[in-house]
Design a protein around this ligand. Structure first.
Ligand code: ARG
Length: 253
């Protein structure tokens, strides 16, 4: 009897260990990346697939970690809360490192520079960034939760110098600009170029609004992953892979 019980226990343990291993394997072999695929050339759809600079960099990072990349497309302002909640391993979305975000997540080393620029219609009376701080009270279109949103809210709306109109997608803000519902759009320079290239009537102001650094967001709990990502980024920078990916999507001016 004793023997049978031990045998059953041993069997049960085996099953348990196997199940645990199986689960563990599944979890650790997939690297989940939350993004917002409305942001060319960093992340956008090509057919059904999310492609772009971030998607490709994440792909080679995953490869280095011996993991399979899974990209999840979600609203931009839900990326950080989801990372904090442990829903995804990392957030990569042309995401700017800011002090506020650093309170919630860790950021990897920076892999790109972004510039907040202002898009206007060609005949706009807004000629420089300074005009936004005048007494005209313009309406500024932004993507919700982006640095373009945060800066213009703090600097302009909260100061009573204008109004901020928030959209789910940068492209929607640009559409609103085309039909005169907003007076300008504040957005990162590379998507700005992509949007302006598609439209005859839009220009990007010569003066920039702000310069910033893009990095990968990881939960504060997961410093091991952060270290591995930084190590991979370093190697990919040193061997030129990162630059190659950027060059594929952004032509030198
Ligand atoms: N760099 C800006 C920020 O971090 C905008 C990023 C928007 N990215 C996106 N995939 N929609 O707030």
């Amino acid at each position: 009897m004793k023997k049978t019980i031990s045998l059953i226990l041993a069997l049960a343990l085996c099953v348990f260990v196997f199940a645990a291993c199986g689960e563990d394997k599944k979890e650790t072999n997939t690297l989940t990346m939350a993004t917002n695929a409305e942001f060319p050339p960093y992340e956008f759809y090509e057919g059904e697939k999310v492609v772009g600079i971030d998607a490709e960099i994440a792909g080679v990072i995953a490869e280095k970690l011996g993991m399979e990349l899974e990209i999840v497309d979600t609203a931009f302002d839900s990326i950080i809360p989801a990372i904090v909640a442990g829903k995804y391993d990392m957030g990569m979305a042309g995401m700017t490192v800011t002090d506020e975000r650093l309170e919630e997540v860790n950021f990897s080393d920076s892999y790109a520079t972004g510039v907040q620029v202002v898009i206007v219609n060609k005949d706009s009376e807004i000629k420089t960034v300074d005009d936004l701080f005048g007494d005209k009270n313009y309406t500024i279109g932004v993507q919700t939760g982006t640095t373009g949103d945060l800066y213009s809210t703090w600097d302009i709306e909260d100061e009573g110098l204008g109004k901020v109109s928030r959209f789910n997608k940068g492209a929607d803000a640009v559409e609103a600009l085309k039909i005169g519902k907003v007076d300008c759009v504040i957005i990162d320079n590379e998507p700005a170029k992509a949007f302006v290239a598609e439209s005859e009537n839009l220009v990007i102001l010569d003066t920039a609004y702000a310069e910033e650094q893009y990095a990968i967001a990881v939960s504060k709990e997961n410093t091991e992953l952060l270290d591995s990502i930084n190590k991979a980024l370093k190697e990919l920078t040193e061997d030129g892979t990162l630059q190659k990916i950027v060059d594929k999507y952004i032509s030198a001016e």
